[in-house]
Design a protein around this ligand. Structure first.
Ligand code: PGA
Length: 260
């Protein structure tokens, strides 16, 4: 696991955007797994800047999003389809036919989930998956106790996640409790994983994920088993890490031949 600590969310997001841009330049038809929430907004802003100012080309890229609320239409302002459209899709040259987001309005959700998994497989699997982390350790919407081998399916949100995301809804009755999420097993098959976390509110979850025991009670901890997982943190989110100084030294002295 590589842990990159930057002074602020802006610089950490720039590091992430450079990694993604490098992948797209090397593999113009890359398959990206994308995330929503407050965390990746600066990352997407930097990718948009690179598209506008440096001609970063998304024309052949395919994207699969991690999750979506059940019962929200794509037009709903809190839906993740809407979020992705506003924060990335409408600003870059992604082909709409290659933007996949779970359909929270699907009539037969278990069947939809199987199809989503098949679509990921048909696309060749994710080259890189972007993740945030919940204060309860979730990745995607895989809440504590999620099977570490799980695939795309329905999950029920914890009280903690409901409270964390209440700000996106005008009243609690309108906040869905059920979601479709890629499974932990689905995420683990991505060739590379970039987990972003910012702010002191995430410090405990980050420390448990990187340095705690691997357990379904903290799903992000399974990334310790991923051969190419990178955590991109600001100082506040890194504050609980025991090996903080070591991670900083490693990154500051990373040999050129090891850069990615
Ligand atoms: P946030 O959510 O980026 O809004 O903090 C992260 C997550 O729940 O995965």
């Amino acid at each position: 696991m590589e842990i990159i600590i930057q002074s602020d969310p802006q610089s950490a997001s720039q590091v992430g955007a450079r990694i993604i841009a490098g992948l797209i330049k090397k593999k113009p038809d890359a398959v990206l797994g994308l995330a929503t929430g407050s965390t990746p907004v600066l990352l997407y802003r930097e990718l948009i800047r690179m598209h506008r100012e440096e001609a970063l080309d998304f024309g052949r890229v395919t994207v699969f999003n991690l999750d979506e609320y059940i019962g929200l239409s794509p037009e709903h302002s809190a839906s993740y389809r809407h979020f992705m459209y506003e924060n990335l899709f409408r600003h870059v040259n992604l082909n709409p036919e290659r933007t996949f987001i779970p359909d929270g309005m699907a009539k037969d959700i278990p069947r939809f989930c199987l199809r989503y998994e098949a679509q990921i497989r048909q696309a060749g699997g994710m080259d890189l998956q972007v993740l945030g982390i919940g204060t309860d350790g979730h990745i995607g919407f895989n809440e504590p106790s999620s099977s570490l081998a799980s695939r795309t399916r329905i999950k029920t949100l914890t009280a903690e996640t409901l409270a964390d995301n209440a700000r996106f809804f005008d009243c609690p009755e309108n906040q869905p409790r059920h979601v479709i999420t890629m499974g932990v097993g689905t995420i683990m098959e991505a060739s590379r994983v970039l987990l972003l976390a910012f702010g002191e509110k995430k410090a405990a979850a980050v420390a448990e994920a990187a340095e705690g025991p691997v357990t379904a009670m903290h799903p992000a901890s399974v990334l310790q088993f991923h051969p190419a997982a990178t955590f991109l943190l600001d100082e506040a989110a890194a504050a609980g890490l025991k090996k903080h100084q070591y991670y900083r030294w490693v990154y500051d002295h990373k040999p050129d031949w090891q850069q990615s």
